[in-house]
Design a protein around this ligand. Sequence first.
Ligand SMILES: NC(=O)c1ccc[n+]([C@@H]2O[C@H](COP(=O)([O-])OP(=O)(O)OC[C@H]3O[C@@H](n4cnc5c(N)ncnc54)[C@H](O)[C@@H]3O)[C@@H](O)[C@H]2O)c1
Length: 275
Amino acid sequence: MVVTGAGGIGLAVARRLGAGRPIVLADRDVAHLRHGAALLRHDGHVVHEVPTDVAEPAAVAHLAATAQQLGVPRVIVHTAGVSPVQAPPARLVAVDVVGTALMIDAFADIVEPGAVMVCIASIAGALTPLPAHDENLLATTPTKDLARLTILDPKHLDGSRAYGVAKRANQLRVQAAAVPWGRKGARIVSVSPGIVATPMATAEFESPSGSVMRQMIEASALQRIGTPEDIAAVVDFVAGPNAAFLTGIDVIADGGTVAAMRTVGASLEDLVSVG
Ligand SMILES: NC(=O)c1ccc[n+]([C@@H]2O[C@H](COP(=O)([O-])OP(=O)(O)OC[C@H]3O[C@@H](n4cnc5c(N)ncnc54)[C@H](O)[C@@H]3O)[C@@H](O)[C@H]2O)c1
């Protein structure tokens, strides 16, 4: 299997799905990558570390080629990403939008029947409705031209808007890839977590949007933060044989946060402006 992102969700996914198969683990932060790989090896996993910046086409191509050399990748889970406090809007577009598109393209070229790709999006995508015209452009624009779309122009984006548009783009890209992947006998799904206790969420809690996040958890149906294991369990399901008829969809795993926000009629932007 291939896992991008040696962070909270990536490592939980690797632990849950990685037994009995080599794990190709990719991250831009080499110290982080080494540490994550060491933790997995300590648990008995076989790990190949591939330093990779998913925003770089050559690095993503190298990752796919390395995975292919080790055997046919059966499960590819793309969790690498940045949030608004971790990167300015231009970098967020490069990593979260273009990086995800590069990953989908690179692995589309090498997948074989039975393979599954899971891209981690976010409920921020579900909470960022966009005009149909923009959704169509985000879904279908060739990856090399994506960053030039007006809707992704950093001049018009603050951090939280950039993240919401990026995560909506992830869901749309996965939907648009379903047919070409299906023609190869492969599936592709996105999973949209709510707020999950990882280093990314910790960084966001310490930022001005931390109070909005606390309000979202408090308003949610289950009134708790998610664990990385909650998300790994959903990834395990969508990547597994019981989900053989699922492709091109987004699965929201958020303890009922979106449900609560839709019920009370508050949008993410309402909460952000309140917060
Ligand atoms: N934690 C949450 O509350 C939450 C909620 C919704 C969605 N998500 C999404 O889940 C995914 C995983 O997040 P996490 O919570 O595990 O965060 P995390 O910060 O623990 O892990 C993210 C990892 O991605 C790596 N990374 C960042 N930029 C990269 C790049 N350009 N190339 C390669 N690796 C890069 C980081 O070094 C880090 O190891 C992200 O896509 C995030 O947007 C997280």
